[in-house]
Ligand binder design. Structure first.
Ligand code: ATP
Ligand code: MG
Length: 572
């Protein structure tokens, strides 16, 4: 496991597969000192400007999981303070995704926009206590006078406006009497602070935009830094968990709450999750969607929760992954193989195992009667025998995987080749007698013989073969489409490459196979249902494109080391 987690912080604890969680250590300490009267209240605060991704899932598991661990509560709060980028489509998808992950905010679904009036009143208070002013510099002038990390900023000439004038102007801003860009409300802190966030940050700007919840009621909107800490305070959040880039914003978070003299949550930062071979910025994900690199936010190659769901990931696997990743204080990159490991671990125990042939090659068993068919017993999941058994039909004509036959076998190739014997899973041992080709020399079918005494479960011949392969009966099997996915990007960290991330998209990240043959028990498969196709991986019925007469499967993840296992076993 350790080598899968490319993150020092997470590796500290070698006896427990779960890394230590420094946030829980902070809470334990707070509970010892009684800082929040032993209350734990967290929140997950998405901005509805895109679909949630696996990084958000990490944050959801952390916030809801922490509340659960301490018998506390976790709110779902939309940070909807920027109407031009937000949309109800995103609100709906976020609600669906958090629910699907298995978390419950009970009646605590909140919107920062619910607090617009309170936020406005608090801002007036800041003006009245001399801690905020209306600044009429243009946005460019504000940028220019902010200074640089090594050079102090300069004070705005409007900094000394009287309280009355500020109150009056702020009201005019609110009432739509002033135009966008004409002025903003700024906190009066310190233009010489080494922390740029403390150099009189903007609190409110004019935006004559319609909001998806408040309509045209407001034409000023609060900035994130101000809205966030006040919303946390209103909801009496105890531990406000956010990602590392807000560490430098914490002094501002604390400043607002101190000046307003209101309930003061503790902000705690952790490293955001980065996953290899993908991007996690909502802006980049939106570009992938808008420029048709993928079919939508829920394309199975996307790192979005809806994409992972469609691909075949389970809530359990994502929660497990999130535990395995742990909580770090330094940025790192997590290998996507850890996410795949978590899914395999879950589906290994739960998914029914079936047989499907993705690239079919016909095999005629010449000594099997033409009009005969028999039913063989197959185990649904050897990891969990309570999942029972099923019957699979066997007949004279079957399909096997093209790859399971080689006319001229390379060294150490134990599967089928002329003269060689293999076992058919849950069936008989067959021997390849003849290879049939078309005029151009392509192999069209194989002629094999079977040994009727080698039926699985009642084989007393003692015959040993070196490989077991999967198959389906030609006449009984059904056709299905199978989509095989590869990584969406060609390099591990597309976000930090000099090249435009669009140039790094893997052009062969999906392979569509239209003529796969699957065993008949799958005709009843429901959308979203997951299976292990023996030897091939875990597959999920596509929830959008799959229809009753045209089944479509997505490969969620391959099986690891299957060949080794199967080829080292002598039979079955
Ligand atoms: P934006 O650039 O739009 O702000 P964002 O990814 O920060 O994007 P938010 O909607 O603000 O999106 O995120 C909601 C919550 O999820 C925040 O608390 C944020 O810190 C957390 N979060 C976002 N990305 C990650 C990530 N990669 N790993 C862990 N937590 C994340
Ligand atoms: Mg954000």
């Amino acid at each position: 496991m350790d080598n899968l987690i490319n993150n020092e912080e997470s590796n500290k604890n070698s006896t427990n597969i779960y890394p230590t969680n420094f946030i829980h250590e902070i809470i334990d300490e707070d509970n010892k000192t009684g800082k929040f009267n032993n209350r734990v209240q967290t929140r997950f605060p998405p901005e509805p400007n895109g679909y949630l991704h696996i990084g958000h899932a990490k944050s959801i598991c952390l916030n809801f999981g922490t509340a659960q661990k301490y018998g506390g509560k976790c709110n779902l709060r939309f940070d909807d303070t920027n109407p031009t980028k937000e949309d109800v489509e995103y609100v709906d998808s976020i609600i669906e995704d958090v629910k699907w992950l298995g978390f419950d905010w009970e009646e605590r679904l909140f919107y920062a926009s619910d607090y617009f009036k309170q936020l406005y009143e608090y801002a007036v208070q800041l003006i009245q206590s001399g801690n905020a002013y209306v600044c009429s510099l243009s946005p460019e002038e504000i940028r220019e006078t902010r200074g640089t990390p090594t050079k102090s900023g300069t004070e705005s000439p409007y900094r000394t406006r009287s309280i009355e004038e500020n109150v009056d102007l702020f009201e005019k801003m609110k009432n739509g009497k002033l135009e966008e860009g004409q002025c903003v409300l700024r906190a009066k802190i310190d233009m010489t602070s080494p922390n740029m966030n403390m150099r009189d940050p903007v609190i409110y700007r004019i935006k004559k935009a319609s909001h998806h919840r408040t309509g045209d009621k407001w034409c000023i909107y609060p900035m994130y830094d101000y809205a966030h800490c006040v919303s946390d305070s209103i909801e009496r959040i105890t531990h406000s968990i956010c990602t590392l880039e807000f560490e430098n914003h914490r002094p501002l978070y604390d400043w607002f709450l101190e000046k307003l003299k209101i309930f003061h949550p503790q902000q705690i930062e952790f490293a955001r999750l980065n996953l290899s071979y993908t991007v996690m910025s909502k802006r980049k994900l939106l570009t992938l969607v808008e420029e048709n690199f993928v079919s939508g936010w829920d394309d199975p190659r996307m790192p979005t929760i809806s994409g992972l769901r469609r691909r075949g990931f389970t809530p359990e696997s994502i929660r497990y992954f999130s535990e395995l990743v742990g909580v770090a204080k330094r940025d790192g990159m997590i290998d996507v193989s850890l996410l795949e490991f978590a899914l395999r671990d879950d589906l290994n125990k739960r998914a029914k195992r079936v047989m499907a042939v993705l690239k079919p090659l016909k095999v005629i068993i010449t000594n099997y009667p033409e009009d005969k068919a028999e039913e063989l017993e197959a185990i649904n999941n050897p990891e969990d025998l309570s999942m029972g058994t099923r019957k699979i039909p066997f007949s004279r004509e079957i399909y096997i995987e093209k790859d399971d036959f080689k006319e001229i076998p390379p060294k150490k190739y134990y599967r089928l080749y002329p003269g060689q014997e293999v076992r058919l899973r849950y069936a008989f041992i067959i021997k390849c007698e003849d290879v049939i080709k078309d005029k151009s020399g392509n192999i069209t079918e194989l002629h094999c013989t079977y040994d009727p005494d080698t039926k699985s479960g009642s084989d007393k011949t003692g015959k040993k073969v070196k490989a077991t392969i999967h198959w389906v009966s030609a006449q009984h099997s059904i056709t299905a489409e199978v989509r095989l996915y590869d990584r969406l990007f060609t390099i591990e960290d597309p976000a930090s490459d000099e090249k435009d991330f669009r140039e790094l998209v893997n052009n062969s990240s999906v392979e569509i196979l239209k003529d796969c043959r699957i065993e008949p028990s799958l005709s009843q498969a429901k959308n979203g249902e997951k299976f292990q196709f023996e030897r091939l991986g875990y597959f999920c019925v596509d929830s959008i494109d799959s229809k009753e007469n045209n089944l479509v499967f997505n490969r969620a993840v391959t099986l690891k080391d299957t060949w080794v296992k199967i080829e080292n076993k002598s039979s079955q």
